[in-house]
Each structure stands twice: as structure tokens, then as C-alpha cells.
Design a protein around this ligand. Structure first.
Ligand SMILES: NC(=O)C1=CN([C@@H]2O[C@H](COP(=O)(O)OP(=O)(O)OC[C@H]3O[C@@H](n4cnc5c(N)ncnc54)[C@H](OP(=O)(O)O)[C@@H]3O)[C@@H](O)[C@H]2O)C=CC1
Ligand SMILES: O=C(O)C1=N[C@H](C(=O)O)C[C@H](O)C1
Length: 240
């Protein structure tokens, strides 16, 4: 399969290595400096674009590929207010767009555990939930996309929380689910959910030991999406 990497930073490089080790060819490794290489690229040579860039670049990168009928697997976080426009463009161009805030299989299991725990906690009014995420200091967005997905999972189960909010240290509103974002090198990504009461605490966590799980998941999805159409997510890809 011919893969175009849109974004060739920490994630793009590992994705490229894994893709090549699985027999795929990289037809472009695009970052800010060499973006003009896209003008010379023949879109018909690209089977799938894998996009891991940065929040303010994701929309243009994804649009560029979808406009040309290239299926896109995107993992960039912090740009999702523009996803409806990408979904509409995907359907108009009859191609495929796949988005996940986290491609690791372990995190996607954790998403399910999170929802199940939240469903058990929904009537337990003595407990307050809060979340902590820890990432490396180069991360541009906070909270992480994964933390937002986890928060949405909790909000979907526990109606007393009306929204999530990045912690400001005060965290006074009992109707808000607070997320504390810590930036400590070299953390690839840790997410902790705590339900705390006067009597006890319940805690679940996921800790990535490296970026390999995110990158492998993105390549597996790229292999799967190649001949598909429409706007797809991990719920379509995973069998659990
Ligand atoms: N969904 C998931 O599973 C995961 C998602 N992520 C997300 O992926 C994104 C990338 O993470 P990471 O690789 O660590 O970040 P890096 O900062 O290491 O890499 C980002 C890359 O994007 C490039 N870039 C910036 N602007 C453009 C542009 N206009 N066109 C093309 N490339 C561009 C940068 O180029 P230059 O070097 O020239 O600045 C850089 O090479 C983040 O949003 C992160 O949150 C990360 C891990 C897992
Ligand atoms: O920027 C990162 O590094 C990561 N970003 C994703 C996110 O925002 O959730 C996924 C992972 O946690 C690593």
C-alpha cells in the first residue's frame, strides 16, 4: 500500500517505521518545511494518508487529501470543532475519513471500562469524579483528546455532570467534571480517573509506555480503511 504521511514529527516517524516494516511504501513525509512537495505528488499514487500534525494544521491537511479522493486516517487532537465540515466533504467526494483521539488498543479497552464504571457510579452521590492526564511538555493542546473522549464517556452516563472543564485549581462547581493536565517529560500519555468520597477512592488508569501502540493502531486502521467509504471511527474498526 502507498501511504502519505501528513505530519512527520514524533508520531509520523514511528508510523512510517511500522508501515515500512509491514511492507508498505511511504510516498511522502510532509511537515511544515516541505509542504510544497504536495503540489508535485500524483494523488492517484496514494492509497491512504495518515495525518498526525498539529491542531492548527489538521483541517488543511485533511481537506487537501479528501478533496483529491484520498482516504484519511487522522489522529491529530485539538481541531475537532471543524470535523463536521470534513465529514460533509468526505461524503461529497465519496471517500473515507477515520478519526480517533487515541489509536491504542489498550486505551480503547480503557474507554469501555471507563463507561462501565461511570454507569455503576451514576447514582452514587457521595463520590466526586475527576480526571488527570499527564503528557510530555511538547504537547500543544490541553486537555488531551483522549481525556475529552473519557470525559464524554462519563458525561454520557452521569447526568449530574453538565460539562467537563480544564482544572483551574479551584474546581468548585459540582456540576463540572474537572480535568487536570500535567506536562512532564517524557510521558507518552497517562490518563487517570478517580471517584473520591470521604470513605474511599476508586481509581482506574491507563499508562502508555511508548508511542508504539498509537502508531501501530493507526497503521492497522489504514490497512483496514483502504477500500472503505464514509466517516468511520474505532467503533467500526474494533469488534468489542
Ligand atoms: N490519536 C492518537 O492516537 C494520537 C494522537 N496524537 C496527536 O497527534 C498530533 C501529532 O503528535 P506528535 O507527532 O507527537 O507531534 P509533533 O509536534 O512531534 O509532530 C507534528 C508534526 O506536524 C508537522 N506539521 C505542522 N504543521 C504542519 C502542516 N501545516 N503540514 C504538515 N505538517 C505539519 C510538524 O512539522 P515541523 O516539524 O516542520 O514543525 C511536525 O513534524 C498531536 O495533535 C497529538 O496530540 C499523538 C499521539 C497519539
Ligand atoms: O500528544 C500526544 O502525545 C498524545 N496525544 C493524544 C491525545 O491528545 O489524547 C493521544 C495520546 O495521549 C498522546
Amino acid at each position: 500500500m502507498n501511504i502519505l504521511l501528513l505530519g512527520y514529527g514524533k508520531m509520523g516517524k514511528i508510523i512510517g517505521e511500522i508501515a515500512e516494516s509491514r511492507g508498505h511504501q511511504l510516498v511522502g513525509k510532509i511537515n511544515i518545511e516541505n509542504r510544497n512537495e504536495l503540489e508535485k505528488l500524483d494523488p492517484s499514487r496514494v492509497d491512504v494518508a495518515i495525518e498526525f500534525s498539529q491542531p492548527d494544521a489538521a483541517f488543511d491537511n485533511i481537506s487537501w487529501a479528501i478533496e483529491r479522493g484520498i482516504p484519511v486516517v487522522s489522529g491529530t487532537t485539538g481541531w475537532l470543532e471543524k470535523k463536521p465540515a470534513i465529514s460533509a466533504l468526505t461524503l461529497e467526494k465519496n471517500t473515507a475519513f477515520f478519526y480517533a483521539s487515541n489509536y491504542s488498543i489498550g486505551v480503547n479497552i480503557f474507554f469501555k471500562v471507563n463507561k462501565f464504571l461511570a454507569s455503576l457510579m451514576k447514582d452514587q452521590q457521595d463520590y466526586r469524579a475527576r480526571m488527570e492526564e499527564v503528557h510530555h511538555t511538547e504537547k500543544k493542546d490541553a486537555p488531551s483528546g483522549t481525556a475529552i473522549t473519557l470525559a464524554e464517556g462519563i458525561l454520557g452516563e452521569i447526568s449530574s455532570y453538565k460539562n467537563w472543564k480544564l482544572s483551574d485549581g479551584m474546581d468548585e462547581n459540582e456540576h463540572l467534571l474537572y480535568i487536570e493536565a500535567k506536562r512532564i517529560d517524557p510521558a507518552p500519555g497517562t490518563h487517570i480517573i478517580r471517584y473520591q468520597s470521604e470513605i474511599d477512592d476508586i481509581e482506574i488508569s491507563h499508562t502508555a509506555h511508548s508511542r508504539k501502540g498509537f502508531a501501530l493502531g493507526a497503521v492497522l486502521v489504514a490497512e483496514w480503511i483502504k477500500d472503505k467509504k464514509g466517516v468511520l471511527s474505532m467503533d467500526d474498526f474494533l469488534s468489542f
